[in-house]
Design a protein around this ligand. Structure first.
Ligand code: SF4
Ligand code: SF4
Length: 164
């Protein structure tokens, strides 16, 4: 079953060339795919963040999921990314108590700079940490989340190219 959740036009975060994109979250048999359309010109990388709640909230509160670089052969940036089967910590909500670290059965969580950080490659998505967290800072990736796709241009400026 393929389910396109929603889309939203983009806006510039900082003063920079205009960019716009449609972003969609699509469910496939083996997980969720986040995809977007954007001009390849002038961008050096793409960053994907996740945040619970509605589009338009402060990006700095969200968790950085990945930074995508251009394909070394084609020089083109990717236009989609498969979400890992993982839980994620929202830094703005984490108080660094460390309770989740001791609960994880596969030692996928560590405290970095006073915030919990989950290694998506190790996480088996059991959800124990989410039930343990006193501030509800841990979420499962997938539908019901707010994703933003941010491009970095050649001068290092950030552009929000789309969100859902
Ligand atoms: S969901 Fe389970 S495996 Fe993943 S970080 Fe939390 S406790 Fe660890
Ligand atoms: S239990 Fe919640 S608040 Fe405490 S360190 Fe883990 S994510 Fe942060």
């Amino acid at each position: 079953m393929i389910r396109c959740l929603c889309l939203m036009l983009a806006m510039a975060v900082l003063s920079a060339p205009a960019a716009s994109a449609e972003v969609a979250l699509t469910q496939q048999d083996d997980g969720f795919v986040l995809s977007w359309e954007t001009s390849q010109e002038g961008f050096s990388s793409i960053m994907i963040r996740v945040l619970p709640g509605e589009p338009g909230e402060d990006l700095s509160e969200g968790a950085l999921l990945t930074t995508l670089e251009p394909d070394p052969d084609t020089g083109l940036l990717p236009s989609s990314w498969m979400l890992p089967r993982s839980f994620v910590v929202i830094p703005g909500t984490c108080i660094g108590c460390g309770l989740c670290v001791g609960q994880c059965p596969v030692d996928a969580i560590e405290l970095v700079g006073g915030k919990a950080l989950i290694d998506p490659a190790s996480c088996i998505a059991c959800g124990i940490c989410s039930m343990t967290c006193p501030t509800s800072a841990i979420f499962s990736l997938g539908s019901g989340m707010h994703y933003t796709v941010t491009a970095v241009d050649a001068e290092g400026r950030l552009l929000l190219v789309g969100s859902i």
